[in-house]
Design a protein around this ligand. Sequence first.
Ligand SMILES: *Cc1c(COP(=O)(O)O)cnc(C)c1O
Length: 378
Amino acid sequence: MSEESYGDGTRSVRAGEGPAVPGAPLRPSPVFAAPFHLGDLPPRAGGVDAYARTEQPTLRDFEAAVGELDGGRCLSFSTGMAALTAAVMACVGAGDRVVLPSDGYYATRMLAAQELVRFGVEVEYVSTPEVGAFAAGGGLAGAAMVLLETPSNPQLDVCDIAAVARAARAAGALVAVDNTTATPLGQRPLELGAHLTVGSDTKALTGHSDLLLGHVSTTDDDLFARLKGFRDRTGSTPGPFEAWLGHRSMSTLDLRLARQAANAAAVAELLAGSPAVTGLRWPWRPSDPSFALASRQMLRANGVLSCELADEDAVARLLAATRLWSAATSFGGVHSTIDRRAQWGGDAVPAGFVRLSCGIEDTADLVADLSAALDGLG
Ligand SMILES: *Cc1c(COP(=O)(O)O)cnc(C)c1O
């Protein structure tokens, strides 16, 4: 239904949909079934659904929509980590070398250190600001896969997907991109040369902080078949309710991103002017180190920023003073949240480092509330 020429709002609503059918709902309700009735037909005769771990109509609708936004074929998973696990484990084996971001999402590093290495996968960590030079300098020679995370979570550094993909393809390595922070509207890694784009759809894609989902998309039919087989065999398929809720939530992605980005622009200016704040990062601020590359590579801004307060106590006092910003991890939801990353123990960041996720509240309210709380830090 939706075409390349449609804008993000139209695409968010219409992605994956066929022509409307009189008497049918605009968006089908979830189909709740584990096994489907087989009747007297052999299993899957004529493409009929048989068992929901391997095929279900609600998931197909959601995957068609996400895949259309990504520009590939999508497989949905029960969480973002399940999607990342599939992206790596379906594609590499014992003795293979995988390059991962040293500054990316901490659970991805845990997956590598606690699980991948047990299966004989060799893991090398390179930071997001350094991976471009690493790839250009021949660092991917002999590697089976490089996973990029751009913008990286939580420090919001950006790397050049197209340049790394050129070097990786020349070296025979697969390129996967964790596109969680950007969302499929904000960045299209498959068009930039990546083999796989992966997302935690728990975050902004669905954006209401009420479900767990993840996905992998690809334009490569062989990789798609491998990932589908991996999901069928390991069983990380989402249930129909999550898929339906995810699809329903995705309809407003354009609206949410627009407000989140507008809020982030205003919050960035506030933070930049506060004596209590150092190290502000928001890739769409012209003075940000990521600005030039983000503007060239990405399609639109989002609402995630990071900065540093003096220490743990300063963050606690800020959170106690604000009424509209909640202490919560995760990001990309409709509520504005602040997360002191050092409390989780996984990121190499100072004690006062926070990731801020702007929700969809009114800009003036968020700024006034945060401004008063910052003033209280003295
Ligand atoms: C949250 C997140 C994940 C993991 O997603 P879950 O849905 O929590 O499993 C992976 N990558 C990034 C960048 C994330 O922010």
